[in-house]
Write a protein that binds this ligand. Structure first.
Ligand code: F6P
Length: 326
């Protein structure tokens, strides 16, 4: 296997708090080990446009605490075509990049895996997404911060919900995964969570109303995962207006506020450990893996496994929420 001298690094897909911490960790770990680092701007698009710059340690100073990503991010349509990937590979050769660390979520890791197998090119992924929907890792970078942002918002909404004795449907992100909604509901003391994983099994609204929350409470908070499967918070509010017209209902869609902000201590440490491990894995000759965290240990997960499997939801959590929300 050819010796790695230069590592490329990019952030791609939806941004997540902690991406900068991961970028810093990759850059500094590579330089610490005598390698050169080239930062690729705007995700895979930078490989097509040539927006690539050599990074020194100073380029990543003062960014560990910043949300977003200083090297920008994008979802690149051209990279989804064989022609686009061929062009990207040409650029990588021209730049003398021998291996890459890609920082991002499901779509990013899928693109990375295809590229790695088409060109037999060494890539290691760092899972960074607020959705926490990646198989093979207990947590993704950004999830903890987003969860805390949700709590902050729900705590505030609860004040007004309880003063006015209202029912609030609060929509949170997660694409097609209910991790943010379910754990957000447990942590904020919400009465229920409507999540895509169980939407087809039961009518979650009917269950919630049947649970008789009104016996002991005059206000309620329900977290709804955004998803075509659940239909989102508006859908449930409309249903309540029609089916239970005596309830005073309001909707809050938290949206992109969940994607910003300074990363939590947990996310900074996770990003630092994973970024460091990604570089060491490449130096050790590993390739086409993603770094994960399992039982507080950093582990290597084959990219193919991380992408092929849906991360299972811990059903115990549903029970905990149901039990504690009486
Ligand atoms: O994957 C992260 C995520 O924030 C999802 O939760 C959400 O569905 C999506 O990205 C929103 O994407 P965009 O920023 O393109 O609107």
């Amino acid at each position: 296997m050819a010796l790695i001298k230069t590592i490329g690094v990019l952030t791609s897909g939806g941004d997540a708090p902690g991406m900068n911490a991961a970028l810093r960790a990759v850059t500094r770990s590579a330089i610490f080990n005598g390698l050169r680092v080239k930062a690729i701007y705007r995700g895979f698009r930078g490989l097509l446009t040539g927006e690539i710059a050599e990074f020194k340690t100073q380029n990543v100073s003062n960014i560990i605490q910043q949300g977003g990503t200083v090297i920008k991010t994008a979802r690149c349509k051209e990279f989804q075509t064989p022609e686009g990937r061929r062009q990207a590979y040409e650029r990588i050769k021209k730049e003398g990049i021998d291996a890459m660390v890609v920082i991002g979520g499901d779509g990013t890791l899928t693109g990375a895996r295809i590229f790695a197998s088409e060109f037999n090119f060494p890539i290691v992924g760092v899972p960074c997404t607020i959705d926490n929907d990646i198989y093979g890792t207990d947590s993704t970078v950004g999830y903890d911060t987003a969860l805390n942002t949700i709590l902050d918002a729900v705590d505030k909404i609860r004040d007004t919900a309880s003063s006015h004795e209202r029912l609030f449907f609060i929509e949170v992100m997660g694409r097609d995964a209910g991790f943010l909604a379910l754990n957000g509901a447990i942590a904020s003391g919400a009465e229920a969570a409507i999540i895509p994983e169980t939407t087809t099994e039961v009518d979650q609204l009917a269950e919630f109303v049947k649970s008789g929350f009104r016996k002991s409470k005059n206000s309620s908070i329900v977290l709804v995962a955004e998803s075509d499967v659940t239909g989102g918070a508006m859908h449930y509010a409309d249903r309540v207006k029609n089916e239970y017209p005596d309830y005073d209902v309001r909707v809050v869609i938290l949206g992109h506020v969940q994607r910003g902000g300074s990363p939590s201590a947990y996310d900074r440490i996770l990003a630092s450990r994973m970024g460091n491990a990604a570089v060491e894995a490449l130096i050790d000759g590993q390739r086409n893996i993603m770094m994960g965290i399992d039982d507080d240990q950093i582990v290597a997960v084959p990219l193919s496994r991380a992408i092929k499997n849906d991360k299972p939801l811990d059903r115990e959590l549903l029970k905990v929420l149901r039990t504690l929300s009486i």
